[in-house]
Ligand binder design. Structure first.
Ligand SMILES: Cc1cc2nc3c(=O)[nH]c(=O)nc-3n(C[C@H](O)[C@H](O)[C@H](O)COP(=O)(O)OP(=O)(O)OC[C@H]3O[C@@H](n4cnc5c(N)ncnc54)[C@H](O)[C@@H]3O)c2cc1C
Length: 342
Protein backbone atom coordinates (compact mmCIF):
# COMPACT_ATOMS: atom_id res chain seq x y z
CA UNK A 1 0.00 0.00 0.00
CA UNK A 2 1.39 3.42 -0.95
CA UNK A 3 2.33 5.48 2.08
CA UNK A 4 1.56 9.19 1.82
CA UNK A 5 2.68 11.80 4.34
CA UNK A 6 1.07 15.22 4.51
CA UNK A 7 3.02 17.67 6.62
CA UNK A 8 0.69 20.27 8.18
CA UNK A 9 -2.79 19.88 9.66
CA UNK A 10 -3.98 23.28 8.47
CA UNK A 11 -6.63 23.90 5.81
CA UNK A 12 -4.40 22.97 2.86
CA UNK A 13 -3.08 19.79 4.51
CA UNK A 14 -6.49 18.60 5.67
CA UNK A 15 -8.05 19.30 2.26
CA UNK A 16 -5.19 17.50 0.48
CA UNK A 17 -5.80 14.50 2.74
CA UNK A 18 -9.58 14.47 2.08
CA UNK A 19 -9.18 14.99 -1.68
CA UNK A 20 -6.47 12.32 -1.97
CA UNK A 21 -8.62 9.81 -0.13
CA UNK A 22 -11.53 10.45 -2.52
CA UNK A 23 -9.44 10.43 -5.69
CA UNK A 24 -7.13 7.50 -5.00
CA UNK A 25 -7.50 4.60 -7.41
CA UNK A 26 -5.90 2.23 -4.89
CA UNK A 27 -5.83 1.98 -1.08
CA UNK A 28 -3.49 4.52 0.48
CA UNK A 29 -1.96 4.78 3.91
CA UNK A 30 -2.43 8.47 4.68
CA UNK A 31 -0.63 10.14 7.57
CA UNK A 32 -0.79 13.80 8.62
CA UNK A 33 1.98 15.17 10.86
CA UNK A 34 1.90 18.60 12.47
CA UNK A 35 4.37 20.21 14.84
CA UNK A 36 1.53 21.90 16.75
CA UNK A 37 -0.47 20.23 19.51
CA UNK A 38 -3.77 20.54 17.64
CA UNK A 39 -5.26 20.88 14.17
CA UNK A 40 -6.06 24.12 12.37
CA UNK A 41 -2.75 25.82 11.62
CA UNK A 42 -3.62 29.47 10.98
CA UNK A 43 -7.27 28.46 11.29
CA UNK A 44 -6.87 27.51 14.93
CA UNK A 45 -9.56 27.76 17.60
CA UNK A 46 -8.34 28.01 21.20
CA UNK A 47 -10.34 26.88 24.25
CA UNK A 48 -10.40 28.40 27.70
CA UNK A 49 -8.55 26.16 30.21
CA UNK A 50 -11.49 26.80 32.57
CA UNK A 51 -14.24 25.79 30.18
CA UNK A 52 -13.48 23.93 26.95
CA UNK A 53 -16.76 25.17 25.49
CA UNK A 54 -15.52 28.75 25.65
CA UNK A 55 -13.53 29.12 22.43
CA UNK A 56 -11.97 31.78 20.27
CA UNK A 57 -10.71 31.86 16.67
CA UNK A 58 -7.15 33.18 16.91
CA UNK A 59 -6.32 33.23 13.18
CA UNK A 60 -8.86 33.36 10.35
CA UNK A 61 -12.13 34.98 11.42
CA UNK A 62 -14.60 34.49 8.62
CA UNK A 63 -14.71 33.18 5.08
CA UNK A 64 -15.46 35.59 2.27
CA UNK A 65 -16.82 33.93 -0.84
CA UNK A 66 -16.70 36.01 -4.03
CA UNK A 67 -19.14 35.33 -6.91
CA UNK A 68 -16.22 33.80 -8.88
CA UNK A 69 -15.38 31.25 -6.15
CA UNK A 70 -19.05 30.68 -5.27
CA UNK A 71 -19.22 29.00 -8.69
CA UNK A 72 -15.72 27.56 -8.90
CA UNK A 73 -15.68 26.04 -5.40
CA UNK A 74 -19.45 25.57 -5.10
CA UNK A 75 -19.21 21.91 -4.03
CA UNK A 76 -16.90 22.87 -1.11
CA UNK A 77 -19.23 25.60 0.11
CA UNK A 78 -22.34 23.45 -0.38
CA UNK A 79 -20.84 20.60 1.64
CA UNK A 80 -19.70 22.80 4.55
CA UNK A 81 -23.04 24.64 4.66
CA UNK A 82 -25.06 21.41 4.45
CA UNK A 83 -23.10 19.95 7.40
CA UNK A 84 -23.50 23.12 9.44
CA UNK A 85 -19.72 23.61 9.55
CA UNK A 86 -20.24 27.05 7.95
CA UNK A 87 -23.16 29.40 8.44
CA UNK A 88 -23.83 32.87 7.03
CA UNK A 89 -22.16 35.62 9.04
CA UNK A 90 -25.09 37.74 10.15
CA UNK A 91 -23.72 39.67 13.14
CA UNK A 92 -22.35 43.15 12.46
CA UNK A 93 -18.63 43.63 11.80
CA UNK A 94 -17.97 47.38 11.76
CA UNK A 95 -15.55 48.64 9.16
CA UNK A 96 -15.66 45.45 7.11
CA UNK A 97 -15.30 46.12 3.39
CA UNK A 98 -18.23 44.45 1.65
CA UNK A 99 -18.02 44.06 -2.11
CA UNK A 100 -21.16 43.52 -4.15
CA UNK A 101 -21.99 39.84 -4.55
CA UNK A 102 -19.67 38.64 -1.77
CA UNK A 103 -21.03 36.30 0.91
CA UNK A 104 -19.44 35.96 4.33
CA UNK A 105 -19.55 32.81 6.42
CA UNK A 106 -18.47 31.93 9.95
CA UNK A 107 -17.90 28.57 11.61
CA UNK A 108 -20.27 28.22 14.63
CA UNK A 109 -18.01 25.59 16.23
CA UNK A 110 -14.86 27.60 15.57
CA UNK A 111 -12.88 27.93 12.35
CA UNK A 112 -10.79 24.82 13.17
CA UNK A 113 -13.98 22.74 12.74
CA UNK A 114 -13.50 23.18 8.97
CA UNK A 115 -10.12 21.48 9.24
CA UNK A 116 -11.46 18.79 11.56
CA UNK A 117 -14.23 18.07 9.07
CA UNK A 118 -11.70 17.41 6.28
CA UNK A 119 -9.36 15.43 8.54
CA UNK A 120 -12.26 13.20 9.54
CA UNK A 121 -13.30 12.70 5.92
CA UNK A 122 -9.76 11.73 4.98
CA UNK A 123 -9.57 8.90 7.51
CA UNK A 124 -5.86 9.78 7.84
CA UNK A 125 -3.78 8.85 10.86
CA UNK A 126 -3.07 12.21 12.51
CA UNK A 127 -0.05 12.82 14.70
CA UNK A 128 0.55 16.08 16.55
CA UNK A 129 3.82 17.42 18.04
CA UNK A 130 5.71 15.93 15.09
CA UNK A 131 8.10 18.58 13.82
CA UNK A 132 9.64 17.45 10.52
CA UNK A 133 13.32 18.38 10.37
CA UNK A 134 14.86 16.43 7.45
CA UNK A 135 13.79 14.74 4.23
CA UNK A 136 16.16 12.27 2.56
CA UNK A 137 15.94 10.07 -0.53
CA UNK A 138 16.48 6.39 0.38
CA UNK A 139 15.88 3.58 -2.14
CA UNK A 140 13.30 5.54 -4.10
CA UNK A 141 11.37 6.47 -0.98
CA UNK A 142 11.33 9.52 1.25
CA UNK A 143 12.86 9.06 4.65
CA UNK A 144 11.31 11.72 6.89
CA UNK A 145 12.97 12.71 10.16
CA UNK A 146 11.28 14.60 12.98
CA UNK A 147 12.51 16.22 16.18
CA UNK A 148 11.55 13.18 18.25
CA UNK A 149 10.68 9.67 17.11
CA UNK A 150 12.34 7.40 14.61
CA UNK A 151 12.55 8.21 10.87
CA UNK A 152 9.74 6.87 8.68
CA UNK A 153 9.57 6.07 4.99
CA UNK A 154 6.90 7.31 2.56
CA UNK A 155 6.22 6.97 -1.17
CA UNK A 156 4.73 10.46 -1.47
CA UNK A 157 5.24 13.57 0.68
CA UNK A 158 3.13 16.74 0.56
CA UNK A 159 4.48 19.80 2.42
CA UNK A 160 1.91 22.46 3.37
CA UNK A 161 3.80 24.66 5.82
CA UNK A 162 4.67 28.31 5.03
CA UNK A 163 7.51 28.65 2.48
CA UNK A 164 10.18 29.83 5.00
CA UNK A 165 9.57 26.63 7.01
CA UNK A 166 10.01 24.50 3.85
CA UNK A 167 13.37 26.22 3.32
CA UNK A 168 14.43 25.34 6.89
CA UNK A 169 14.20 21.58 6.20
CA UNK A 170 17.53 19.76 6.11
CA UNK A 171 18.77 16.61 4.34
CA UNK A 172 18.64 15.70 0.63
CA UNK A 173 15.71 18.08 0.09
CA UNK A 174 18.20 20.98 0.26
CA UNK A 175 19.86 19.80 -2.97
CA UNK A 176 16.63 18.69 -4.64
CA UNK A 177 15.20 22.21 -4.66
CA UNK A 178 16.43 23.85 -7.87
CA UNK A 179 17.94 27.33 -7.75
CA UNK A 180 14.87 28.72 -9.50
CA UNK A 181 12.51 27.03 -7.04
CA UNK A 182 14.59 28.28 -4.10
CA UNK A 183 14.31 31.82 -5.39
CA UNK A 184 10.56 31.42 -5.81
CA UNK A 185 10.20 30.04 -2.28
CA UNK A 186 12.38 32.83 -0.90
CA UNK A 187 10.21 35.42 -2.65
CA UNK A 188 7.09 34.37 -0.73
CA UNK A 189 6.50 36.97 1.97
CA UNK A 190 4.11 37.18 4.89
CA UNK A 191 2.81 39.83 7.23
CA UNK A 192 3.30 39.27 10.97
CA UNK A 193 0.89 40.06 13.74
CA UNK A 194 -0.20 38.95 17.20
CA UNK A 195 -3.57 37.65 18.27
CA UNK A 196 -4.74 37.85 21.87
CA UNK A 197 -7.64 35.66 22.97
CA UNK A 198 -9.47 36.67 26.17
CA UNK A 199 -11.92 34.44 28.00
CA UNK A 200 -14.42 35.93 30.48
CA UNK A 201 -16.58 34.53 33.23
CA UNK A 202 -20.11 33.45 32.37
CA UNK A 203 -22.51 36.37 32.73
CA UNK A 204 -19.94 39.04 31.77
CA UNK A 205 -21.60 41.71 29.65
CA UNK A 206 -19.65 43.44 26.90
CA UNK A 207 -21.93 46.24 25.95
CA UNK A 208 -21.14 47.14 22.34
CA UNK A 209 -23.46 47.10 19.33
CA UNK A 210 -21.04 45.10 17.14
CA UNK A 211 -19.65 41.56 17.06
CA UNK A 212 -16.47 42.68 15.38
CA UNK A 213 -14.78 45.94 14.59
CA UNK A 214 -11.87 47.01 12.40
CA UNK A 215 -9.90 49.76 14.17
CA UNK A 216 -8.06 52.32 12.07
CA UNK A 217 -6.90 54.79 14.69
CA UNK A 218 -4.75 52.67 17.00
CA UNK A 219 -1.05 51.86 16.44
CA UNK A 220 -1.39 48.46 18.08
CA UNK A 221 -4.91 47.09 17.55
CA UNK A 222 -6.37 46.45 14.10
CA UNK A 223 -9.35 44.19 14.81
CA UNK A 224 -11.49 43.11 17.74
CA UNK A 225 -14.12 40.41 17.70
CA UNK A 226 -16.47 39.24 20.39
CA UNK A 227 -16.06 35.77 19.13
CA UNK A 228 -19.13 34.04 20.58
CA UNK A 229 -21.27 36.92 19.30
CA UNK A 230 -19.69 36.66 15.83
CA UNK A 231 -20.57 32.96 15.84
CA UNK A 232 -24.11 33.49 17.21
CA UNK A 233 -23.48 31.22 20.18
CA UNK A 234 -24.03 33.66 23.04
CA UNK A 235 -25.17 31.81 26.16
CA UNK A 236 -25.68 32.57 29.84
CA UNK A 237 -23.64 29.47 30.84
CA UNK A 238 -20.54 30.13 28.76
CA UNK A 239 -18.60 33.34 29.22
CA UNK A 240 -17.85 35.62 26.27
CA UNK A 241 -14.52 35.37 24.45
CA UNK A 242 -12.71 38.16 22.66
CA UNK A 243 -9.97 38.14 20.08
CA UNK A 244 -7.74 41.09 19.33
CA UNK A 245 -5.53 41.19 16.23
CA UNK A 246 -2.67 43.64 16.22
CA UNK A 247 -1.66 45.84 13.31
CA UNK A 248 1.12 44.49 11.10
CA UNK A 249 3.58 47.32 12.00
CA UNK A 250 3.09 46.47 15.70
CA UNK A 251 3.54 42.75 14.94
CA UNK A 252 6.77 43.39 13.05
CA UNK A 253 8.19 45.74 15.71
CA UNK A 254 7.53 43.34 18.59
CA UNK A 255 8.17 40.07 16.73
CA UNK A 256 11.09 39.04 18.94
CA UNK A 257 9.64 40.33 22.24
CA UNK A 258 8.20 38.00 24.86
CA UNK A 259 4.50 37.22 24.50
CA UNK A 260 4.02 38.37 28.14
CA UNK A 261 5.32 41.86 27.26
CA UNK A 262 3.29 41.98 24.06
CA UNK A 263 0.14 40.88 25.90
CA UNK A 264 0.62 43.70 28.41
CA UNK A 265 1.00 46.27 25.60
CA UNK A 266 -2.16 45.02 23.89
CA UNK A 267 -4.06 45.21 27.20
CA UNK A 268 -3.00 48.84 27.68
CA UNK A 269 -4.27 49.78 24.22
CA UNK A 270 -7.47 47.78 24.65
CA UNK A 271 -8.32 49.91 27.69
CA UNK A 272 -8.45 52.95 25.32
CA UNK A 273 -10.85 51.20 22.96
CA UNK A 274 -13.05 49.25 25.41
CA UNK A 275 -12.52 50.98 28.79
CA UNK A 276 -13.51 49.17 31.97
CA UNK A 277 -13.45 45.59 30.68
CA UNK A 278 -13.30 43.13 33.60
CA UNK A 279 -10.27 40.89 34.14
CA UNK A 280 -10.43 37.85 31.86
CA UNK A 281 -10.29 34.42 33.55
CA UNK A 282 -7.81 33.18 30.94
CA UNK A 283 -5.76 34.56 28.07
CA UNK A 284 -3.95 33.13 25.05
CA UNK A 285 -1.41 35.24 23.18
CA UNK A 286 -0.45 33.87 19.77
CA UNK A 287 2.38 35.16 17.61
CA UNK A 288 1.68 34.84 13.87
CA UNK A 289 5.17 35.18 12.40
CA UNK A 290 3.76 34.03 9.06
CA UNK A 291 0.30 35.57 9.15
CA UNK A 292 -1.03 36.36 5.68
CA UNK A 293 0.79 36.08 2.37
CA UNK A 294 1.76 39.47 1.00
CA UNK A 295 3.63 38.06 -2.03
CA UNK A 296 2.80 34.59 -3.34
CA UNK A 297 5.31 32.45 -5.26
CA UNK A 298 5.69 33.97 -8.72
CA UNK A 299 4.27 32.03 -11.71
CA UNK A 300 3.19 29.22 -9.43
CA UNK A 301 0.39 26.90 -10.53
CA UNK A 302 -0.85 26.59 -6.93
CA UNK A 303 1.81 24.05 -5.99
CA UNK A 304 5.50 23.40 -6.49
CA UNK A 305 6.66 19.93 -7.47
CA UNK A 306 10.13 19.39 -6.05
CA UNK A 307 10.65 15.78 -7.23
CA UNK A 308 8.72 13.33 -9.40
CA UNK A 309 9.77 9.75 -8.55
CA UNK A 310 9.19 9.50 -5.65
CA UNK A 311 6.79 12.42 -5.51
CA UNK A 312 7.50 15.46 -3.33
CA UNK A 313 5.27 18.51 -3.64
CA UNK A 314 4.59 21.71 -1.70
CA UNK A 315 1.23 23.47 -1.43
CA UNK A 316 -0.44 26.09 0.73
CA UNK A 317 -1.49 29.71 0.57
CA UNK A 318 2.09 30.74 -0.30
CA UNK A 319 1.35 29.44 -3.82
CA UNK A 320 -2.03 31.17 -4.14
CA UNK A 321 -3.54 33.62 -1.65
CA UNK A 322 -4.26 33.73 2.09
CA UNK A 323 -7.87 32.69 2.40
CA UNK A 324 -10.18 29.69 2.16
CA UNK A 325 -10.32 29.75 -1.64
CA UNK A 326 -6.54 30.12 -1.90
CA UNK A 327 -6.10 26.92 0.13
CA UNK A 328 -8.79 25.06 -1.87
CA UNK A 329 -7.10 26.12 -5.11
CA UNK A 330 -3.72 24.93 -3.88
CA UNK A 331 -5.08 21.59 -2.60
CA UNK A 332 -6.78 20.98 -5.97
CA UNK A 333 -3.49 21.76 -7.76
CA UNK A 334 -1.60 19.36 -5.48
CA UNK A 335 -4.17 16.67 -6.29
CA UNK A 336 -3.85 17.35 -10.03
CA UNK A 337 -0.06 17.06 -9.82
CA UNK A 338 -0.34 13.83 -7.84
CA UNK A 339 -3.19 12.08 -9.55
CA UNK A 340 -1.07 9.84 -11.78
CA UNK A 341 0.88 8.61 -8.77
CA UNK A 342 -2.03 7.48 -6.59
C1 LIG B 1 -4.41 36.52 11.99
C2 LIG B 1 -4.92 35.87 10.73
C3 LIG B 1 -6.17 36.23 10.22
C4 LIG B 1 -6.65 35.62 9.07
N1 LIG B 1 -7.91 35.93 8.64
C5 LIG B 1 -8.46 35.21 7.64
C6 LIG B 1 -9.84 35.34 7.36
O1 LIG B 1 -10.57 36.08 8.03
N2 LIG B 1 -10.33 34.59 6.33
C7 LIG B 1 -9.57 33.71 5.62
O2 LIG B 1 -10.10 33.02 4.71
N3 LIG B 1 -8.26 33.55 5.90
C8 LIG B 1 -7.69 34.28 6.88
N4 LIG B 1 -6.38 34.08 7.21
C9 LIG B 1 -5.54 33.24 6.34
C10 LIG B 1 -5.77 31.75 6.55
O3 LIG B 1 -5.79 31.47 7.92
C11 LIG B 1 -4.63 30.98 5.86
O4 LIG B 1 -4.59 31.32 4.49
C12 LIG B 1 -4.79 29.47 5.94
O5 LIG B 1 -5.14 29.07 7.25
C13 LIG B 1 -3.49 28.79 5.52
O6 LIG B 1 -3.64 27.40 5.65
P1 LIG B 1 -2.42 26.41 5.27
O7 LIG B 1 -2.90 25.04 5.56
O8 LIG B 1 -1.96 26.69 3.88
O9 LIG B 1 -1.22 26.81 6.24
P2 LIG B 1 -1.16 26.71 7.84
O10 LIG B 1 -2.50 26.93 8.41
O11 LIG B 1 -0.05 27.60 8.26
O12 LIG B 1 -0.78 25.18 8.09
C14 LIG B 1 0.54 24.72 8.05
C15 LIG B 1 0.75 23.74 9.18
O13 LIG B 1 2.09 23.22 9.08
C16 LIG B 1 2.58 23.01 10.38
N5 LIG B 1 4.06 22.98 10.28
C17 LIG B 1 4.91 23.98 9.98
N6 LIG B 1 6.18 23.54 9.97
C18 LIG B 1 6.13 22.20 10.28
C19 LIG B 1 7.12 21.18 10.43
N7 LIG B 1 8.43 21.42 10.25
N8 LIG B 1 6.71 19.93 10.77
C20 LIG B 1 5.37 19.65 10.97
N9 LIG B 1 4.41 20.59 10.83
C21 LIG B 1 4.78 21.85 10.48
C22 LIG B 1 2.06 24.19 11.18
O14 LIG B 1 2.03 23.88 12.57
C23 LIG B 1 0.66 24.38 10.58
O15 LIG B 1 -0.33 23.71 11.33
C24 LIG B 1 -5.87 34.65 8.38
C25 LIG B 1 -4.63 34.27 8.90
C26 LIG B 1 -4.16 34.86 10.07
C27 LIG B 1 -2.85 34.40 10.66
Amino acid sequence: MARVLIVGAGLTGSLCAALLRKAAARPLHLAVWDKAGDSGGRMTTASSPHNLQSTVDLGAQYITCTPHYAKKHQSFYDELLARGVLKPLTSPIEGMVIKEGDCNFMAPHGVSSIINHYLKESGAAIYFRQCVTQINLRNDKWEVLRETGSPEQFDIVVLTMPAPQILQLQGDIVNLISECQRQQLESVSYSSRYALGLFYEAGTKIDVPWAGQYITSNPCIRFISIDNKKRNIESSEIGPSLVIHTTVPFGVTYLEHSTEDVQELIFQQLENILPGLPQPVATKCQKWRHSQVTNAAANSPGQMTLHLKPFLVCGGDGFTQSNFDGCVTSALCVLEALKNYI
